[in-house]
Design a protein around this ligand. Structure first.
Ligand code: ATP
Ligand code: MG
Length: 553
């Protein structure tokens, strides 16, 4: 399936149009280059939509390349999850999947080339010393004592690094550029470091790994990428990207362009921090419905279409900004409003017994599956002598502000059914209401009372005899702080009410629908059935989003 979202020109389109016109390139090739060290999140969705849509718009190609040169943090599980998520979002990468680790030999040869040109050397300073020698924005750096090694010596030492003569951290390969460059990334950046952790694909065959700066630009060039799109934090590294490509004499010349990353209110978009939430068991895995991961959003009930729509609405620019969470929510709401069939469920049930109906009475009432889309069909709900309503829809004492509630002596309409009036209540020894006795007006099915009585308030309900037990998982934002990443201890800002579990019931039709959803549960929000948590005896529903913007945000 190819998806072309509406064309919305951004500054990258303008660059590409110019490059095509000037014949700087004749085709467009982009790539999405995740590091398999975690699951993809909503920020990655922005980069995915950008790279794949650009390629598609220009009839070009978009590669998927795993940037996997950091064996300690990378796992096959992440590779598989990332592949799945990209496809689920609706995108297809060009040809085979690429891995930076596929180029490990080529990258090594390019490093040798730099050494032979006198442009790289093996340094034996410790990581701390390298940092100290680097200088600061206001002070130039200092040359390492190993910087003046001869080319021959460097070739031997680099070979030794590869053959495992050094411990981790015992040596590294650095570019020989300029320790007093105003650009700190040009102060002899590290190109290779030693790592003995086995790699998830190539095992222990190599113990030296290129850094991101060295492998990324060369991998782009090997794949013939024309426009290498990345987030703004790599802006300073562009000069090094170009330096490396200029000095290894590679024919294809990709160019790096930066755009601003997605920052979303109340949300963390850093795999490292998300990983902490998972390993500390603050959430229930990468796909916990509160996580901003693609897998978490999917489990929560977000559709791929709504995530693409969100990426379309936020657009692409170089402007740093923070997007409101309500924008993401409004994308899923408007999608589900159109597509989700309606259901009734009661989240905090309280029983109603209708006095003027015979015991065991049941009546089938026809209701539409969607109020504005007759094509979605009808279903029947059972109106019975005993029903459940939500505890919050009953108010024992008349309160003028709560005119939409059922109150003793007051009438209210049951959605799609009759008008009922609360007559009296039964309480347990602790004063808790056990059930409410009501009367119903048999002449009010789908119509107002004949004597012109005015009824305010419509509440939802479910038959007490024909229903399915269900657990409802109501989610709120995971953090209480709109900028959780800005705080030192982001974990201190976890919202203790980010998950509320409630036991209730759902109308029996859910079984006939035979579908995980999404559904709109009338008045409560959009929900999806959680396949992992549902049991034979009861269903578990995840609330995707409330029907209206909640006042918390
Ligand atoms: P993280 O901090 O989550 O680990 P990353 O940049 O290290 O992010 P990568 O796997 O390297 O993660 O990211 C792959 C691509 O996704 C990169 O091109 C990166 O720029 C882009 N990307 C990552 N986070 C965002 C974001 N919040 N908004 C837009 N693009 C992003
Ligand atoms: Mg990265």
């Amino acid at each position: 399936m190819k998806i072309l979202i509406n064309y919305r020109p951004n500054f990258i389109h303008r660059i590409i149009n110019k490059d095509l016109k000037s014949k700087k390139c004749t085709n467009v090739r982009t790539r999405f280059p995740p590091e398999p060290n975690g699951y993809l999140h909503i920020g990655h969705a922005k980069a995915i939509c950008l790279n794949f849509n650009i390629a598609q718009y220009y009839h070009g190609q978009c590669n998927l390349r795993f940037d996997d040169t950091n064996p300690e943090k990378e796992h096959k599980e992440y590779v598989e999850a990332i592949k799945y998520d990209i496809q689920w979002l609706g995108f297809i990468w060009h040809g085979d999947i690429h891995y930076s680790s596929d180029y490990i030999k080529e990258l090594y040869n390019y490093a040798i080339k730099l050494i032979k040109k006198g442009l790289a050397y093996v340094d034996e300073l410790s990581t701390d010393e390298i940092r100290k020698y680097r200088g600061t924005l206001t002070h130039p750096g200092k040359n390492s004592p190993y910087r003046s090694r001869s080319i021959e010596e460097n070739l031997i030492y680099f070979y030794k690094m590869k053959e495992g003569y050094f411990p981790e951290g015992g040596a590294c390969l650095r570019a020989k550029i300029n320790m007093s460059s105003p650009s700190i990334v040009m102060r002899d950046p590290v190109l290779y470091r030693i790592k003995y952790t086995p790699h998830h694909r190539i095992g222990g065959s190599w113990c030296i790994y290129p850094t991101y700066d060295f492998s990324h630009c060369i991998s782009d060039a090997i794949e013939g990428i024309t426009h290498s799109l990345c987030t703004l934090e790599f802006q300073d590294n562009r000069i090094l990207y170009n330096w490396i490509l200029n000095n290894i004499d590679i024919i294809t010349r990709p160019t790096q362009y930066e755009f601003s990353r997605l920052n979303l209110e109340y949300v963390i978009t850093s795999k490292r921090k998300l990983n902490i939430l998972v390993t500390k068991k603050i959430v229930d895995g990468w796909d916990d419905p509160r996580m901003p991961t693609i897998s978490g959003l999917r489990r929560r009930g977000y559709t791929a279409r709504s995530i693409r729509e969100f990426c379309y609405r936020i657009g692409i620019s170089k402007q740093e900004s923070q997007i409101k969470l309500s924008l993401l929510e409004s994308c899923i709401r408007s999608d589900l409003n159109k597509h989700a069939p309606r259901l009734m469920a009661v989240i905090n049930p309280i029983k109603i017994i209708i006095n003027n109906l015979p015991i065991g009475y049941e009546e089938k009432i026809e209701v539409p599956n969607h109020p504005n889309n007759p094509k979605m069909g009808i279903r029947y709900v059972i109106f019975s002598q005993e029903i459940f309503i939500d505890r919050l829809d009953f108010c024992e004492i008349l309160n003028n502000n709560k005119f939409y509630k059922l109150t003793l002596g007051r009438e209210i309409r049951l959605r799609y059914a009759y008008v009922i009036k609360a007559e009296n209540i039964k309480k347990d020894n602790n004063g808790h209401i056990i059930c409410i006795y009501c009367s119903y007006d048999p002449y009010t099915l789908h119509k107002n009372p004949i004597d012109g009585r005015k009824i305010t308030g419509v509440i939802h309900w479910v038959s007490a005899t024909k229903n399915v037990p269900a657990e409802f998982r109501l989610y709120d934002k995971l953090f209480t702080n709109p900028n959780p990443s800005m705080t030192n201890h982001f974990i201190d800002n976890i919202n203790p009410k980010s998950l509320i579990i409630s036991k209730g019931i759902v109308e029996e039709n859910i079984v006939k629908f035979d579908n995980l959803g999404p559904y709109q549960i009338e008045r409560e929000g959009y929900f999806i059935i959680d396949n992992q948590l549902s049991k034979k005896s009861y269903l578990v529903f995840n609330r995707t989003v409330t029907l209206k913007e909640s006042k918390h945000y």
